[in-house]
Design a protein around this ligand. Structure first.
Ligand SMILES: [Zn+2]
Length: 190
């Protein structure tokens, strides 16, 4: 009898674990919706569960100081596929994450994990200059482009970080310059 109840308990625990994993898998699969569309799959559930266990082990190893609210809903399977063979230092990643969490110019904190993996600044949605900051720079420059000197209407100009965010430049009035459309495009292409 005791054995039987142990068995039942272990079954219940396993089922519990299975359903916990299942919700993670569902979350993950959502990101592959387009890929799965109109396709029929025959697969072994163990393979999928083992794959997601690998993903979870990888995430726990490189981000041991987890921040659940930021980590929820991110496409970890995609990150795993892309970066599982990259040599990543959890301590370095952690210090980068802490720094970014305190940076007011980072408007998309959920993008921090993708940024520390890919280095792609777009995932952080760095704050742009507001209209007042842009106006101040426009008047300071006497309505002229900071690079070529062409005089332009305010609406034709673009507010630009003098020192880019990636080099430590903040989104503050002193770091704002107005560029004409052509100079802005040229600078953006560099
Ligand atoms: Zn210009």
């Amino acid at each position: 009898m005791a054995t039987n109840s142990n068995l039942q308990m272990s079954r219940a625990t396993r089922a519990d674990e299975f359903y916990t994993q299942l919700s993670i898998i569902e979350d993950e699969l959502w990101h592959y919706r387009e890929f799965f569309e109109e396709k029929i799959f025959f697969c072994n559930a163990d393979d999928i569960i083992n794959y997601f266990k690998d993903v979870i082990t990888w995430v726990e190893a490189i981000f041991p100081y987890e921040c659940k609210s930021l980590m929820n809903g991110l496409p970890w399977g995609i990150y795993y596929n892309k970066y599982k063979n990259t040599n990543l230092d959890p301590i370095l990643l952690e210090s980068k994450i802490k720094e970014l969490l305190q940076d007011d110019d980072v408007t998309n904190q959920k993008g921090i994990y993708e940024y520390v993996l890919s280095g792609d600044e777009r995932s952080l949605q760095i704050r742009t200059f507001d209209c007042r900051e842009a106006r101040l720079a426009y008047e300071r420059q006497n309505h002229k482009c900071a690079i070529c000197g062409k005089e332009c209407e305010f609406e034709e100009m673009h507010a630009d970080h003098i020192t880019p965010w990636s080099k430590g430049g903040k989104t503050v009035p002193e770091n704002c310059q107005m560029l004409c459309r052509d100079c802005n495009l040229r600078k953006g292409a560099q």
